[in-house]
Design a protein around this ligand. Structure first.
Ligand code: NAD
Length: 307
């Protein structure tokens, strides 16, 4: 695609995150098979889930299913509850387990568990989600490391639309440590001029209207309206919220007012079917990369996003 321009777009291209995610998982599967032939072993993904959050259970099921589809061994550790010391002991054990290439601790954790302490306990070399401070530091210093799955998936989607991002204006709405901040760092590493908006920002539309590339991860349904978007921009909607509508019933929506924004954007991700499947696919890619790294073969996809 050509660089996003100021020309009005007749209707945005729909970015098919599900289709791309399927292709990535198929590539991971081929990589796993190849690794098995050469090393006699396959990657292993350990998933740790604490508590009964229904959304977390759905996400974990989806991740485990995709891992099996990709030929990755899975190790499930589910607890109704566990104290922090118990969780840290489990992570220590998984860090030492040679069958485990990647560890994922599903968030959110219960309030009595210190999330930072737990995420920091995961070995940076098994950090499938890229949340360890060492990997976050690597991302922020533009050094190779594990990139968090959602931002990595967003960047992949964006680069299919705009192969070179150098010099473009980008805006990220949302500044969480798992989506917004790493997304901003990735775009900066690609040569974008990046603005980051959050709930205390005074004039969000002024930031977003300049953006050739707009990523929204605020968790606020329908936050971004048509007149917030530069004509022709690539719009990536990370938001996932369940809303109940008297006519349409219960459904999942994003942070972008899709029907109106698609009239002005150049390309847009749907919700569902956009970023969500890419997040899961990138978890598989990160797990394979960690396996290859442990097998002394690092150099596959993990470094791709560092451009
Ligand atoms: P979070 O609550 O940790 O952070 C939200 C961020 O958005 C904060 O920085 C906050 O300041 C900002 N924000 C909140 N309200 C705002 C407003 N009105 N205007 C501007 N900024 C505002 O959330 P998160 O974990 O980063 O997730 C964000 C959204 O993305 C959620 O809907 C979540 O479910 C979704 N999500 C989707 C995927 C996926 O795979 N598609 C992955 C992770 C998160």
């Amino acid at each position: 695609m050509s660089r996003p321009s100021g020309d009005a777009a007749p209707g945005a291209r729909l970015i098919d995150g599900r289709g791309l995610a399927d292709r990535i998982v198929a590539e991971v599967r081929a990589g796993v098979e190849d690794g098995r032939r050469r090393t006699g072993s396959v990657p292993g993904l350990a998933v740790v889930l604490v508590g009964g959050n229904p959304a977390s259970h759905i996400y974990v099921e989806a991740k485990l299913r995709k891992a099996r589809e990709a030929g990755i061994d899975t190790f499930e550790h589910r607890f109704d509850d566990i104290d922090e010391a118990g969780l840290l002991r489990l992570i220590e054990r998984l860090n030492r387990d040679r069958r485990v290439s990647g560890i994922l601790v599903q968030l959110p954790l219960p309030p009595h568990v210190d999330r930072r302490r737990v995420l920091s306990a995961v070995s940076p070399d098994k950090d499938a989600d890229g949340f360890h401070p060492e990997n976050q530091g690597r991302l922020f210093t533009d050094a190779p490391g594990v990139v968090p799955c959602t931002p990595r998936g967003c960047l992949d989607l964006i680069r299919r639309e705009v192969p070179s991002l150098e010099g473009l204006d980008a805006a990220v709405v949302g500044a969480s440590s798992i989506v917004g901040r790493p997304m901003a760092a990735l775009l900066l590493n690609q040569g974008c001029t990046v603005s980051v908006g959050h709930k205390a920002s005074r004039d969000l539309p002024a930031l977003t209207r300049r953006a050739d590339v707009l990523v929204v991860a605020a968790g606020q349904p329908g936050l971004v309206r048509r007149d917030w978007v530069k004509p022709g921009a690539v719009v990536v909607d990370v938001g996932i919220s369940r809303v109940t509508d008297p006519v349409l019933g219960s459904r999942i929506v994003g942070d972008v007012a899709f029907d109106e924004v698609r009239e002005v954007a150049g390309a847009i991700t749907p919700v569902p079917g956009g970023v969500g499947p890419m997040t899961v696919a990138m978890l598989m890619a990160n797990t394979l990369d960690l396996f290859l790294g442990a097998a002394g073969e690092r150099g596959a996809a993990a470094l791709l996003c560092q451009g």
